[in-house]
Design a protein around this ligand. Sequence first.
Ligand code: PLP
Length: 340
Amino acid sequence: MAFGKEKVKILDGPTPLEYLARASEDLGIRLYMKRDDLTPLGNGGNKLRKLEYSVKEALDQGATRILTVGGVQTNHGRLTAAAAAKFGFNCTILTFGRYPGEVSANLLLDRILGADVIIEEPQALTDSVLRAKAEEYSKKYEAQGESVYFLTLGGSDETGMLGYYDCAVELTDQAKELGIEDARVVTTAGSMGTYMGLYFGLKNEASPLSLTGIAIMPFDETKIDDANGQLQRAIAQYGFDFDATWEDLNIETDYSHGSYNNPVKEVRDAILYMARMEGILLDPCYTGKSFAGLMRMIEEGKIEKGEKIIFMHTGGMPGLYTKHHREAFEEELMDGIQIV
Ligand SMILES: Cc1ncc(COP(=O)(O)O)c(C=O)c1O
């Protein structure tokens, strides 16, 4: 519970905060990983923390269906489908993008979890487009007697954000136990709910931890306006006694490789690095890209040698099976497969 808002229980308790010895030694930093990929439902990931709050709101509103939006391979959609199943809702994932030509990765898991998936032509995912489209479909369901709870892109609204406010408190306690109170938390920045929750949580609770986001898509003027809107709405709703704008945030925007969810050699290399050093699987759209960014930040001296870093593993592993990523990997990894 935060700010008087209640949540349902999806997580079993704090997720592990692990020291990664081999990667630390090799990279010359003290690298810890917050294992939010190990959250319980639907193959795990960051969205479950947000969903604990959003699902409670949907239950309180008497909804029968949760309708959410995203890209065709949205992890958020998959985890919404899992939470919807557990709490007895129908679920629709309204996606924007091209059908990949096969039912694989998150798309496959969405259907296994019982969600209805709609794929619309790609278009700019601005807040107003998403709301108008969601309303159009909600009306259809409501005409059939359903009551629809709309969950915004990535679950990144003021309600969902509280999941990462709680995580900031959890991390502060864990860091204290490990004697790394002055560590820097590094997280992937997409629809920004994770970053925002951590930002407000760390700041409002006066945590000594610092925070850096790594953008995995270009952050243009629209995206910055969105971020400012998120900040202002949260400040107004929760009555924080400080103001904040985009300039107060610490988001690295140099490592997005020009697009969202694109196949990038450097990102694949970062995924192989983590897999082969620590046996941990990152994903090509989010955590692999941000970890590749983190490695560059070390090279460029933006992260200092010996610095204590807590990298947020926010999940996303099914993304490895997405057609275009899988094919790029297949080409590079065939040399280690002997067919006799
Ligand atoms: C695996 C994974 N990591 C990170 C993110 C980014 O989180 P946020 O959208 O809260 O910025 C997402 C968002 O979909 C995700 O699926």
